[in-house]
Design a protein around this ligand. Structure first.
Ligand code: FES
Ligand code: FES
Length: 153
C-alpha cells in the first residue's frame, strides 16, 4: 500500500508492506535511526514519536496508520523553536542520558509542552512515565523540561 504523510515538515509518499510498524518504516525504509527500538512491546518509550501532536509508541503503530498524519521524530526537533529549546535545556541541565532513552524523552516532553505551556512537575513526570530509564532519578530531566517551558513563555 502507499502511505502519504508529513515527516519532520517534509512530505513523504512510500510503498509499505501492510505488516510493517511505523518504527520499521522510520528506521529501515527512511533511515531515521534516532527513533530506537527497546522493548518492542510498548513498555519502554524508546520508540516515542509525535504524531499529530501526540506522543505515540512507534513500535505499536501499524505503518498504515501513518497515512495522512504529521510526524515528528528526534531528527526534526532542531528545526522547531520548541525542539531547540528542549535540546538546549537537556544539555544545560545535564539531562541527556543515553542515546536509547533520550530521543523518546525529548519527544514525550515536546508533546507535553505543545499542549501545556506551564506544566506542573507532576504533569511532567506523568508525561515521562512511559519513558523508562533505570539509570536516572529523572530530576535533571524534569528540570530540563521546566527550563524549556520557561524558555517558551
Ligand atoms: S520499543 Fe516501543 S515502547 Fe519500547
Ligand atoms: S536507558 Fe538511557 S541512560 Fe538509562
Amino acid at each position: 500500500m502507499t502511505i502519504r504523510f508529513e515527516l519532520n515538515g517534509a512530505p513523504q509518499a512510500l510503498e509499505v508492506d501492510g505488516g510493517l510498524r511505523a518504527l520499521d518504516v522510520l528506521r529501515e525504509e527512511l533511515g531515521l535511526t534516532g527513533t530506537k527500538e527497546g522493548c518492542g512491546v510498548g513498555e519502554c518509550g524508546a520508540c516515542t514519536i509525535v504524531v499529530d501532536g501526540l506522543a505515540v509508541n512507534a513500535c505499536l503503530m501499524p505503518a498504515a496508520q501513518l497515512d495522512g498524519t504529521a510526524v515528528l521524530t528526534v531528527e526534526g526537533l532542531e528545526t522547531l523553536p520548541l525542539g531547540r529549546a528542549l535540546q538546549r535545556a537537556f544539555a544545560k541541565q545535564g539531562a541527556v542520558q543515553c542515546g536509547f532513552c533520550t530521543p523518546g524523552m525529548l519527544l514525550s516532553a515536546y508533546a507535553l509542552l505543545l499542549r501545556e505551556r506551564n506544566p506542573s512537575e507532576e504533569a511532567i513526570r506523568t508525561a515521562l512515565a512511559g519513558n523508562l530509564c533505570r539509570c536516572t532519578g529523572y530530576a535533571q530531566i524534569v528540570a530540563a523540561v521546566q527550563a524549556a517551558a520557561r524558555d517558551q513563555r
